[in-house]
Ligand binder design. Structure first.
Ligand code: SAT
Ligand code: MN
Length: 586
């Protein structure tokens, strides 16, 4: 049967997909409590979920070959390869119809097809968008219920523009990586995903809709869909300002979005931990909404010390995926709390595991899904239909060397260059080798739905429209000393860096020029009660012109992939940086 890659009405589309996928039943989700209770009951009965200690806390174990996003199986099916650009896998629409659509044939037989309408963004916001995901995975439905505003509320938004929604078709298929594809059709605002039940591959609202499809819509309509957390920061007795920060997956966005400030009197507000949709406001500032309503956070490493607020949020109503379980049925992961000697757990694959075991008990990409409103630092702005004004944009990566703790871009245009040349070591959030340095422009490499050369041009266009552009910074919490030791403790201490940024925004903070940008003067960063040695401090801020020139060579090769499509302003920034570094070396 031909694939419905058209803007057909919801009911027609559902029946066309059902004819092809042949589910036994169709369930239209309303988002009610009764519906959730029934979903959970059925999943507990068939073993999809297990109950954990605490109110409404559940565990799901995914298939061991399906534990992270699979970037090599993710495609953009734009009309031409050029539109997808050099960093995306491209598949033509014809190829998708020949290769992927047949995999959906009969794929839902024996299963229920859930029709899941969801709203991305605050209720009543002009910036919010509707999507509908068809899926045969009740676990995915349970996740979408937490991650989005799901059910009736989405249908009410849809009523204003009945054909204007993103169409996602998802089936677990046979879960074989050989028959796994995640294909995006930006022109038809459609997503097909088959063969995976995990995270960004399967919760189509998240990376597929809110980033890959939305980035294409944003370019056409003049806004930005970004892989950024949104956090409000209020100095003692001062005014709250909002910061948007882009980091690649599993580099600490969730932790930064809800940090517990190590400086007294500072207050944090969590608006989002993964995605920001940003518009140029009538006041010439950048305004951001978080399209999501929940968090799909990395569990390993989350502890009372690193992220107290996340642990508090995880007290009740949580869906855990691939964590380990202690004898008292509490969830456990590496870095959570110490275990008793020789304590036996059940690992993420359901096998007995003894404390100190050589393989991890929780999968390194184990996750929690929880409502954002459960976070003690959610103070309501995430529900504001207008969004929040952004005073600073932060780009960050995981770099064991080279990049200093923080530096400020010399201008918004230079900031675009800093974002476009962001590089970071890979993590367990995607399959493949961990710890490999790669360019990840604006942390969007896996998520930009079109040619990133055009994406950089779009950023420049937005920049020209901003009368009060945010200041742009680059941070690196992960720099290491000669013995491999982390130089900066991170987490709650990062408030010191955010505080300097806000000072800079207010025109107060003192900074010193370096070839790469502005860094705090020795007294510029509040380091009281930190016990940071002078040596470590100078290592944290060391800028080696020779190493940076190598970095600019690497970046030049990366940017060259975009050919003529690069904005000229970016090339000019590159040349100026090289000149400043050469002058510094001589
Ligand atoms: O895409 S996922 O949501 O599975 C993980 C991530 O990249 O943050
Ligand atoms: Mn992410």
């Amino acid at each position: 049967m031909a694939s419905p890659l058209r803007q057909v009405a919801l009911d027609t589309w559902v029946s066309l997909v059902a004819q092809h996928t042949r589910p036994d039943r169709i369930h239209r989700c309303d988002g009610s409590e009764a519906e959730a209770a029934e979903l959970h009951r059925a999943m507990l009965a068939d073993g999809t979920l297990e109950e954990l200690a605490g109110q409404s806390r559940y565990l799901h174990r995914s298939h061991p070959s399906d534990v992270a996003r699979t970037e090599h199986l993710t495609f953009i099916a734009s009309p031409t390869r050029e539109q997808a650009g050099p960093t995306n896998n491209h598949m033509t629409v014809e190829e998708s119809e020949q290769k992927v659509w047949p995999l959906f044939e009969g794929a839902m037989a024996g299963r229920t097809m859930y029709v899941v309408p969801y709203l991305m963004g605050p209720v009543g916001s002009a910036y919010s968008r509707v999507g509908v995901q068809l899926t045969d995975s009740p676990y995915v439905v349970a996740n979408l219920r937490i991650m989005t505003r799901m059910g009736q509320v989405a249908l009410e938004h849809l009523a204003a523009n009945p054909d204007d929604f993103v169409r996602g078709i998802h089936s677990l298929g046979d879960l074989s990586p050989d028959r796994r594809f995640v294909v995006h059709f930006p022109q038809a605002a459609t997503i097909w995903s088959i063969g995976s039940g995990y995270g960004g591959n399967a919760l189509l609202s998240k990376k597929c809709h809110a980033l890959r499809i939305a980035s294409v819509q944003a370019r056409a309509e003049g806004w930005l869909a970004e892989h950024m957390l949104i956090v409000g920061v209020r100095p003692p007795g001062g005014q709250r300002q909002y910061i948007a920060a882009a980091f690649p997956s599993a580099c600490g966005k969730t932790n930064l979005a809800m940090l517990v400030p190590a400086l007294p009197g500072w207050e944090i507000e969590t608006v989002g931990d993964d995605i920001a949709w940003m518009h140029v406001g009538a006041d010439g500032r950048l305004w951001a909404i978080n399209p999501e309503a929940g968090m799909f956070g990395v569990a390993p490493g989350t502890s009372l010390d690193t992220n107290l607020n996340a642990l508090r949020a995880l007290d009740h109503h949580v869906l855990f995926t691939n964590v380990a379980v202690r004898a008292d049925r509490s969830p456990w992961w590496e870095g959570k709390e110490p275990l008793r000697p020789a304590e036996t757990l059940v690992d993420w694959q359901g096998r007995p595991w003894e404390a100190g075991g050589s393989s991890p008990a929780a999968h390194p990409n184990a996750r929690f899904t929880v409502r954002l409103s459960q976070c003690p630092t959610a103070r309501g702005a995430h529900e504001d239909p207008r969004g929040v004004p952004i005073s600073a944009i932060v780009f960050g990566g995981r770099r064991a060397s080279l990049a200093p703790l923080v530096y400020e871009a010399r201008s918004f245009t230079h900031g675009i260059y800093v974002g476009a040349t962001l590089a970071s070591e890979t993590t367990a959030a995607a399959t493949g080798k961990v710890g490999v340095l790669r360019n990840d422009p604006m942390a969007m490499l896996p998520f930009c739905g079109y040619d990133m050369g055009a994406y950089f041009r779009h950023w420049s266009t937005i920049g020209r429209r901003l009368r009060e552009p945010p200041k742009v910074f680059h941070v690196n919490w992960f720099r290491r000393g000669p013995e491999g030791r982390c130089l900066w403790p991170g987490f709650g201490q990062n408030i010191r860096v955010l505080a300097w940024m806000l000072d800079r925004v207010a025109g107060r903070g003192v900074a010193r020029e370096t070839p790469i940008g502005l860094v705090p003067t020795p007294g510029g960063l509040d380091l009281t009660n930190m016990n940071l040695s002078d040596d470590d401090l100078s290592r944290l801020f060391a800028i080696d012109a020779g190493e940076w020139l190598e970095e600019t060579n690497r970046n030049a090769a990366f940017l060259a992939r975009f050919g003529e499509g690069l904005p000229r302003s970016l090339l000019a920034e590159h040349r100026r940086l090289v000149e400043r570094l050469e002058a510094a070396r001589n």
